[in-house]
Design a protein around this ligand. Structure first.
Ligand SMILES: Nc1ncnc2c1ncn2[C@@H]1O[C@H](COP(=O)(O)OP(=O)(O)OP(=O)(O)O)[C@@H](O)[C@H]1O
Length: 195
């Protein structure tokens, strides 16, 4: 049996002065995709940020056994850089080579946009660029908060294909989304009522 890449044990999350959830436990194994679903305000993004280490749990533990790559509403790519240079910047931080960036650019069909400054990309193009950064990172744990928002059907299909390849290579995925996006074999975690 393979060890979990990510494990949350009896985690509680407080934002502002409100308890969003408590006693929440989950494990994410290699090849697994866990879909966080629930209404606006249920705490899906907060759980993703807890998993990433960007929020600290009010109780419980978060254990990451591997590197994570995150998409959330915050922009990771430098808006002033041409897309390719912005991706190369992150590749150096992630210590991956140019081939990894080439493959990620191809996976999200971004080659024609390589020289366009990130700030000039459209909403969907920016989401594709963010996804390319995740793909290029080589991180085994993907934490994706509404990754398909703003993507057209072709881009969403590329996202689903990239997720399938990631899982086939032993990667895992925590997905916060209002839609299953057509991803097969998802484990669901219903975050319940809105906060
Ligand atoms: N920085 C913050 N300070 C205080 N409260 C916050 C903060 N960020 C989020 N919240 C609150 O935490 C609750 C959960 O927010 P979160 O973004 O995790 O929900 P969500 O399930 O991802 O919602 P959505 O479906 O709208 O994206 C909301 O009530 C929100 O107002």
């Amino acid at each position: 049996m393979s060890a979990a890449l990510l494990r949350l044990e009896r985690v509680a999350c407080i934002r502002g002065d409100r308890l969003l959830f408590e006693g929440l436990s989950l494990t994410l194994a290699r090849g697994e995709a866990l879909w966080l679903r629930g209404p606006n305000g249920a705490g899906k993004s907060s759980l993703i940020r807890l998993a990433a280490g960007l929020l600290h749990p009010a109780a419980g533990t978060v254990e990451r056994r591997e590197r994570c790559a995150l998409i959330d509403e915050a922009a990771a790519l430098d808006g002033e850089l041409a897309l390719r240079r912005a991706l190369d910047f992150w590749a150096r931080i992630d210590t991956v080579d140019g081939d990894a960036v080439d493959r990620a650019v191809a996976a999200m069909a971004l080659a024609p946009l390589a020289e366009v400054p990130v700030a000039m990309l459209s909403t969907g193009q920016r989401k594709r660029a963010a996804m390319a950064r995740v793909i290029a990172s080589g991180a085994p744990i993907w934490l994706l908060d509404e990754p398909a928002n703003g993507m057209d059907a072709a881009a969403a299909a590329r996202l689903v294909a990239a997720i399938a390849q990631h899982r086939a290579r032993g990667g895992a995925l925590l997905l916060a989304s209002h839609f299953a996006l057509g991803i097969p074999d998802l484990t669901e975690l219903d975050m319940g009522a809105s906060a």
